[in-house]
Design a binder for this molecule. Structure first.
Ligand code: ADP
Ligand code: XUL
Length: 626
């Protein structure tokens, strides 16, 4: 019993991917179209083209042609698309799509016997659309911040300070450099809502998802006045243009599981989809990844990829210029629930917060190559030899490796290393820290970079959690906790293959480190699927559940839990005992590491690390003045 099926799409920077899931959320199959190699005639590199003024962008029709190719590929692969009952799309965040005035007609009922590309060639008013890597809008960012009173004020309104890649600044620049094309624009979508529109093909440009709207610097997240910020729209379009810009941006979907349409007739007739297949709001790639890990309040995700990303799930709005605050992508907006008795699933508002660090894997790799002969084994052996093993074993060395100017802390750049006196315990005078070029024992280099990165994640996630109603402290596993902590962390990304790093992460963050696992061919394996498309397929599954009798207000977390319970029931005893003794926190979630004795020492050192980070930033300033 694996039907009905659910489909998730992911329109990311380099490819368009699809994941097909069973009713219990097993990933049955995946396929993808790679822009550079499958659509070479657009000439992209890494999915993008580079302009002369810091523009990073791509042809919008490449996305349309990729849709044609993807569904051809799905058909050729023999996916039983007639059994799909729900679909949703993830899209790279911030990037925008501009629909022309003729789009309404073109989107109304395309001919199923022809591909979309040939039918939608005039549906767009901007042929080349900005990508999230674009940084051509510095001037617009300053204007947005100045208009509301600075970085903090903008973060307070929209969840983030101004960023070049965010959609508000991008629209403002578009209007400045090509006012005629701006005027010719009927509607503006994000990539996720554009793909949602292309799935329905019913003549309507679908609303932007509220979680994705938080990546625009235009959406006021303040509880009482959620909506397009008139103040910011005015900066972009002038007093006269506010209403028109709000119209172009359209309505925003605040219920992530609402039905926004049915799959278009084009898909039914051309590929054999069922006309009963429902379409749910798309969302950004980060919110979608967040959903695939089903993060509950106070849980976190640490992605150790090219860059490091930390996501923190909260029930409080905690904007700060250092991170991005987003609405949770799968919540039922309380305002949409009329009947108080049915409010069960309509919890109070939930959020997630995202910290992005440029100095992630490439910086760790740099240290490995410099001191450990390009070997992770040697690097790990150094960490294991020196890591703290008791409460007395307080770290006394710290290293800040900001090879690239970092985002957090903003503008941090350079390499700063310090030795402090280990005999003074947890209290120390930061002035006594000695700045050094390197450590006597090179093994300290490995430990110091990892500790410093992890202290950063511990310190900043604690600050975000500080204002939560239940900041998960003061004690865990017999360890006295001094600061709020994440109650579980999911590790993903290339470096999450490194068990030493994950074990140290458990100590420094003083929490359980988990990974998603599947029971496949008789063993538990780290999941290999594409988390964004799987995350939005989960959302489609949840939305579909809510169309069933009596289930209208069931929460996302509850539906996922029920699916996992059902999976365990179907599997029976398989996967437990007899050589399968993995520590499962829950079905499909494996515990990789838990805090050891070293956690007691790290717990006493967060403040020490914070002071040293501040010192490093001061030293950077002094160096720059010389
Ligand atoms: P992307 O952000 O491009 O998706 P990945 O998530 O695939 O990147 O991560 C790639 C990085 O993972 C590489 O730069 C490499 O340094 C790091 N990595 C791979 N294996 C290990 C390992 N065993 N230990 C530490 N880092 C690793
Ligand atoms: C997040 C960001 C990227 C894009 C593309 O702010 O810019 O993660 O979402 O992946």
């Amino acid at each position: 019993m694996s039907a009905p099926y659910f489909l998730g799409l992911d329109a990311s920077t380099q490819s368009l991917k699809a994941s097909l899931l069973s009713v219990n959320l097993d990933v049955k199959s995946e396929c993808s179209i790679h822009f550079d190699t499958d659509l070479p005639h657009y000439g992209t590199k890494g999915g993008v083209l580079f302009g002369e003024k810091a523009e990073v962008h791509s042809p919008v029709l490449m996305l349309v042609e990729a849709m044609d190719m993807l569904f051809d590929k799905i058909k050729n692969a023999g996916w039983e698309v007639d059994k799909i009952r729900g679909v949703a799309a993830a899209g790279q965040q911030h990037a925008s799509v501009y629909w022309s005035k003729s789009s309404f007609q073109l989107l109304s009922s395309p001919n199923p016997s022809s591909p979309l590309l040939s039918q939608l060639s005039t549906a767009f008013s901007r042929p080349i659309i900005p990508n999230w890597q674009d940084s051509s809008t510095t001037r617009e960012c300053r204007a947005l911040e100045e208009a509301v009173g600075g970085q903090e004020a903008l973060a307070q309104i929209t969840g983030s300070k101004a960023h070049e890649r965010f959609t508000g600044a991008q629209i403002m620049r578009f209007r400045r450099i090509d006012p005629a094309a701006y005027d010719e624009t009927d509607r503006i979508s994000l990539v996720s809502s554009a793909v949602t529109t292309l799935l329905c093909l019913d003549g309507e440009v679908k609303g932007i998802d509220e979680s994705d709207a938080c990546g625009m610097n235009l959406w006021s997240m303040n509880k009482e006045e959620r909506g397009w910020s008139e103040e910011l729209l005015e900066v972009i379009a002038g007093t006269e243009g506010v209403e028109e810009l709000a119209r172009k941006l359209g309505k925003v979907e605040s219920d992530g599981g609402k039905v926004v349409g049915h799959i278009g007739r084009w898909y039914v007739e051309r590929y054999g989809f069922s006309p009963e297949c429902l379409v749910f709001p798309g969302t950004g790639d980060n919110p979608a990844t967040f959903l695939s890990l089903t993060l509950r309040e106070s849980e976190g995700l640490i992605s150790l990829g090219t860059s490091d990303v930390v996501l923190v799930s909260t029930s409080n709005y905690h904007p700060h210029p250092e991170h991005h605050a987003f609405f949770h992508p799968a919540q039922i907006a309380p305002s949409s629930v009329q009947d108080n008795e049915k409010r069960e699933g309509a919890e109070s508002l939930r959020y997630f917060n995202m910290l992005v660090y440029k100095n992630g894997s490439l910086t760790r790799q740099h240290v490995r190559d410099l001191y450990f002969d390009k070997s992770w084994e040697a690097f790990n052996a150094a960490v294991e030899a020196l890591r703290p093993n008791s409460v007395e074993d307080l770290p006394s060395r710290a290293a800040f490796w900001w090879l690239l100017p970092d985002i957090v802390p903003p503008g941090a750049h350079g390499i700063y290393k310090y030795i402090t006196d280990p005999s003074v315990g947890s209290y120390f005078e930061v002035e006594t820290a000695k700045r050094v070029k390197g450590f006597d024992d090179v093994r300290q280099e490995a430990l110091a970079i990892i500790e410093s990165q992890l202290f950063n994640y511990r310190s900043r996630s604690s600050s975000i959690l500080e204002e939560s109603p239940d900041p998960s402290f003061p004690s865990t596993a017999g360890i006295e906790i001094s600061l709020p902590r994440l109650t579980r962390v999911y590790a993903t990304g290339g470096a999450s293959a490194n068990r030493t790093i994950l074990s140290l992460m458990a100590d420094v963050l003083c929490t359980q480190i988990c990974k998603n696992v599947d029971f496949l061919d008789g063993e538990w394996r780290d999941v290999q699927w594409n988390s964004c498309s799987v995350g939005v397929a989960y959302k489609a599954r949840w939305g579909w559940e809510r169309t069933r009798q009596g289930r209208e207000w069931i929460s996302f977390d509850q539906v996922i839990q029920e699916c996992r319970d059902e999976r365990r029931r179907i599997r029976g005893g398989e996967g437990q005992g007899q050589g399968h003794e993995v520590d499962l926190a829950e079905e499909g979630i494996r515990v990789i590491a838990t805090p050891g004795e070293g956690a007691r020492a790290y717990e006493r050192r967060v403040e020490w690390w914070r002071e040293l980070e501040a010192k490093a930033l001061e030293d950077q300033q002094k160096d720059e003045m010389q």
